[in-house]
Design a protein around this ligand. Structure first.
Ligand code: PLP
Length: 408
């Protein structure tokens, strides 16, 4: 920036570097507007948004139901604290529970917080019912958030190594390895925590049969099953909750991301077996605030009214089919993983960042996870035509990168 010039005159990336902590690897793109499944940059580029705020904007951008709910609630009451009852919070809990299983809900503001509440439930349950058993068994490759507790629960040390010491009481086993899980569920173990599809870990689904076996094992060993559906929830996989594909019911379910359709909110659903929380055990100033709850209620109502869970299954199948046509024996695309509108394009070489850049250049937002997976998490309102457009644009990006491969 030139000395004496107003900061507003400098490029945004330069201003950001001066005042924002350097925690994100941002791409050089400034978004200014969104409508449906499209977003626009400050220089006027229109992009098809297959990232949706990382599985957040389930109704796309600017959905009238969310806008109306926010406007109405903001005019009535934005915030009260949890010292008092509010209508939207109770109505949202009722509606959320109706989509899942009998439970009571603790509201927070993010996925990590929803998981922290689940961890606290398990620990208290262990004190009360299992003689102080406290170890939570989680999966290698898992991602549960960025607080110290959820970093300890996560199974990717590159997120947590710089922040040791982490809270203790977590143990990790390989996803899908039942004998390893059986061995880990000893007297000290109180719960299993897992994502039905590992998202940040690279879009790796767990088998329904494995999930059913984990449920049985938790029952046999008197452990709780805690499911992190922060990314898989809200209809994304073609069922309201991904665990419903496996016909199981967890003891605790966490959700966030898509719940508020872009407004921050997290929720921990605690089933009757695990329901040990009492006044004073947990809290959050903003958790379940009326504005966020009104938005989330609008999201749930719209998902139901517009049949968006079924649509995620149908449009997801079409998108998957299109992406599978990009698979060739000599790569770079070698497989498509995931379920519904949570899809991972697996690569045989470390081209994911270059492919995401090339896709952006032709008007498609996708998210590289690691170097060998492109993740697609479009809004549930994506049309079939938009799914086809996403495939076509990704095909163009693949051709462009193949013609000028990134330096190794
Ligand atoms: C499965 C899962 N759990 C938890 C989180 C953390 O959510 P938040 O970033 O809202 O804290 C994420 C975020 O990516 C996630 O994918």
């Amino acid at each position: 920036m030139t000395a004496g010039a107003a900061p507003e005159a400098a490029p945004l990336a330069e201003r950001a570097a001066a005042v924002l902590c350097d925690t994100y690897r941002r791409v050089p793109l400034t978004l200014v507007r969104g409508q449906g499944a499209r977003v626009w940059s400050d220089d006027g580029q229109e992009l098809l948004d297959c990232v949706a705020g990382i599985a957040v904007n389930v109704l796309g951008h600017g959905h009238p139901a969310v806008l109306a709910a926010l406007q109405e609630q903001a005019g009535a009451l934005i915030h009260t604290s949890n010292l008092y009852y509010t209508l939207p919070q109770v109505a949202l809990a009722e509606r959320l529970v109706a989509t899942a299983f009998p439970a009571r809900v603790f509201f927070s503001n993010s996925g990590a917080e929803a998981n922290e509440a689940a961890i606290k439930v398990a620990r208290k349950w262990g004190q009360r019912h299992r003689g102080g058993a406290a170890t939570i068994v989680a999966l290698q490759g898992a991602f549960h958030g960025r607080t110290l507790g959820t970093l300890a629960a996560g199974g990717q040390s590159h997120y947590s190594d710089a922040f040791r010491p982490l809270p203790g009481g977590f143990r990790h086993v390989a996803p899908g390895d039942l004998p390893a899980l059986e061995a880990a569920l000893d007297q000290a173990a109180v719960a299993v925590l897992l994502e039905p599809i590992q998202g940040e870990g690279g879009v790796h689904p767990l088998d329904d049969a494995y999930l059913a076996a984990v449920r049985r094992l938790c029952d046999e060993r008197q452990c709780l099953l805690l499911l992190d559906e922060v990314q898989t929830g809200m209809g994304r996989t073609g069922r309201m909750w991904a665990h419903q594909h496996a016909g199981i019911v967890p003891d605790v379910l966490t959700c966030a991301k898509g719940l508020g359709g872009g407004v921050p909110i997290g929720a921990t659903l605690v089933g009757p077996r695990a329901d040990v929380l009492e006044p004073g055990d947990h809290g959050s100033t903003f958790g379940g605030n009326p504005l966020a709850c009104a938005a989330a209620l609008a999201v749930l109502r719209t998902i139901e009214a517009e049949g968006l869970v079924e649509r995620a299954a149908a449009v997801g199948a079409r998108l998957r089919q299109g992406l599978e046509e990009l698979v060739t024996p000599d790569g770079p695309v070698v497989e498509v993983r995931g379920r519904g509108l949570m899809l991972g394009v697996g690569l045989d070489r470390p081209w994911a960042p270059a492919l995401a850049d090339a896709a952006r250049a032709v008007g498609l937002l996708v998210n590289p996870v690691g170097e060998r997976t492109l993740r697609l998490l479009p809004p549930l309102i994506l049309s079939e035509q938009e799914a086809d457009l996403a495939t076509a644009r990704l095909a163009t990006a693949v051709a462009a990168v193949a013609a000028a491969p990134p330096a190794p």
